[in-house]
Structure formats: structure tokens, C-alpha cells
Design a binder for this molecule. Sequence first.
Ligand code: NDP
Ligand code: 8X3
Length: 249
Amino acid sequence: MKTAFITGATSGIGKATAVMFAKNNIRLILCGRRKERLVALEKELSNLTQVTTLQFDVSKRDQVQNAIQSLPENFQEIDILINNAGNAHGLSTIQDGDIDDWDAMLDINVKGLLYVSKTIIPKMIANNNGFIVNIGSIAGKEVYPNGNVYCASKFAVNALNKSMRLDLNEHNIRVSAIHPGLVETEFSDVRFKGDIERAKTVYQGFKALQAEDIADIIHFVVTRPYHVNIEDLVVYPTAQASATMLNKN
Ligand code: NDP
Ligand code: 8X3
């Protein structure tokens, strides 16, 4: 039975991936800051697979290390790491951007991914086995107006994904990135700081990707035969042709 460590499992893509993995008999370590959601998810999925949860903020180095060190014995061997935790904070021109938003995006999306990876990779190297899936974005392939720092954070994820592939190859660790376009999750609620009405308009007038669509793809990627490693996968809703071209009714 494989064990997966999923960051950002309390919502959206991470939560859907947890459900997909549980249905496919993968043991789960579910992470996030919202304790009540972790507790509810553990309860929901425990009848399908073994589940443990870790509450920590990926951008806090000490919390990351302490949480991972506290894992129960039977969850210490991690086969699959899904680096998914992240969000956009704000949508402004570079001249109007809020520096706290910039800090949050770089600290969570980039440094958080690094802190978690840095703590888990040694275990994978020791096992001479592992799989890391980094959730990037089309924002890491193409910048769009007002996307500036979020795009920069996802360009960094793209670069780190490629770097991990080079550095970890000799240790038999597979590394993949998935870059979704618009997925209907809590992403826009966070970007627009709880302005739910504005967030809803992002997904109106077309059929957005659903978190389950990305979970399905993640599961496909991690279940290829050992000699197969998908490096980079870009996925859009059918109505979206690029970061800046969306066909709304
Ligand atoms: P959600 O807002 O639904 O989920 C974000 C998850 O990240 C939550 O579980 C949240 O948990 C966790 N998270 C956020 N900040 C932190 C933190 N500081 N420490 C620990 N966990 C944190 O959004 P999505 O599911 O859409 O986003 C998941 C990933 O997908 C992100 O990396 C995002 O950039 C990427 N993505 C999303 C797209 C979209 O259109 N939705 C498209 C392309 C990529 P909690 O708040 O409990 O800590
Ligand atoms: C999320 C998709 O287009 O809002 O990464 O940046 S987008």
C-alpha cells in the first residue's frame, strides 16, 4: 500500500485528490491549516483507507519540520508527495499590488513547497524511491494582466519542478508538474479575500474544470508503470484557449 502526503487537502484540488486516492487504496497524510476540515476529512475517508492528518502552515519552516517529524511510525515512509497548497492573493497591477499579498504568495506557493519538499526528500532518497507531483498553473507558463506575483510564484514552481527532476533522477524519484487552467474551487474566494460574489463571476458563462478533473489526472500520473514519468501536463477547460483567452457566453 502506497502512502501519499498531500498539502492543501482541506479544499479544492487537494481534497478531491485525497478522496480519489482513498478510493484507490492509497494511505493518506492530509495537511492544511484548518483543523476542523482535517478532522472531518479524516472521519469521512477512514472507512476507505488509513488516514492521518497534520495541521501546519507550509510557510512556517518550524511548523513544517515539527509536523512531519511527528508522523506516526506507520506513516513515516512517504511514497508520493503532492505539493498542492497554495493560492493567489489579490489581482492588481504591479504598481498597486499589496506587499503583504506578495509575501503570502511567495512564502506559501514557493517557500512552502520548498520547506515541505526539503523535509520529505531525504526519506525518499533513503528509500531510493518516490514520486513528487508539483501543482503549478498555466500562470506558471504564461503571465496575464494583474497576475504578476502569482504568475512569478508559479513560474518558480515550474523551475523547481524541472530542477527536482535533474537533481533527484539518480535517486529514482519521479517528478511531475500539473498546470491547470481555471478550476472551480475556493481559489477565487481566497484571491478576492472572501468576496464570494466576485469569486463566483470568475466561473460564470462557461464550464470550468472541477477539482475532481485534476484529481483524476493526478491519480493517472502517479499510477503509470515505474518506467513512465510524465514531466509536465497542462490542462484547460475546453472554453479556455490560454491564460488570456476564455470563451464565455
Ligand atoms: P483552494 O483555495 O480550494 O485550496 C487551497 C488549499 O491550500 C487549501 O487546502 C488550503 O488549506 C491550502 N493552503 C493555503 N495556504 C496554506 C498555507 N499557508 N499552509 C498550508 N496550507 C495552505 O484552491 P485550489 O484547490 O484551487 O488550489 C490548489 C493549488 O492549485 C494551488 O497551488 C493553486 O495555485 C493551484 N491552481 C489552482 C487553479 C484554480 O483555478 N483553482 C488553477 C491552477 C493552479 P488551509 O486554508 O486549510 O490551510
Ligand atoms: C489559477 C489559474 O488563471 O487564475 O492558477 O491564474 S489563474
